[in-house]
Design a protein around this ligand. Sequence first.
Ligand SMILES: Nc1ncnc2c1ncn2[C@@H]1O[C@H](COP(=O)(O)OP(=O)(O)OP(=O)(O)O)[C@@H](O)[C@H]1O
Ligand SMILES: [Mg+2]
Length: 230
Amino acid sequence: MSILVENLSKRFDTTQALRHVYLEIEKDSIVALVGGSGSGKSTLLRMIAGLDTPDEGSIWINEKNAAFLSVQERKIGFVSQNYALFPHMTVYDNIAFGLHVKKESVKQIEERVHYLLELIELENLIHHYPNQLSGGQRQRVALARAIAPDPKVLLLDEPFAALDMRMRKELRDWVRNLRKRSSVTIVLVTHDYKEALEMATEIVMLKEGRVEQLGQPEEFYNYFVSKKLL
Ligand SMILES: Nc1ncnc2c1ncn2[C@@H]1O[C@H](COP(=O)(O)OP(=O)(O)OP(=O)(O)O)[C@@H](O)[C@H]1O
Ligand SMILES: [Mg+2]
């Protein structure tokens, strides 16, 4: 799905988190959202997910005004920065949640959840609850939960931050390849500029709630080098 963010502004008390953000996200692209801490990345992502409402401006998903779309109609998978899982549900039930909402059959759900558990290498913790998991394990469950219902838009807020190098590489490759298997538009927030260059088809840099720069990874390489970000 394509996403259009038009003139989006958001203020929290004295902080202007977003200032007239305009952004066109093409269908099936991978957009990396980068920028310093507090630049507005999570705020922008939460608004696209429909978890927060803008003060001004609008969001269009496949040319439909998102303000009038239900969370289900948005077909969005979201991994928040603190990868909040449902605390009273096991790993299995967390991942299966979106599939139940989609009213898939028990057999389909079982197959899908087991496939994802294998991918994130947590088959042995299937009956554990979130408070029995490490940070990296929780992050992996959050990612599996978001991708389980086959979303058309995947919003990922620093989804690999708590993972070790091997798992990070594996899930990064998997997410990147997702596009080849099904139609999905991905917006990925990352502090890792190398990750942005490797994964994204388009990079958007925010600064103080504004889009400071945007372009293709090739155009960003020299910029990152000159700012000593790589
Ligand atoms: N619920 C809130 N109440 C008050 N201020 C908020 C709230 N959410 C965000 N802010 C402020 O808005 C600004 C942007 O926050 P945001 O979380 O979008 O930044 P970010 O780019 O995701 O940063 P980080 O890289 O640290 O995650 C910050 O100054 C933050 O303190
Ligand atoms: Mg953030």
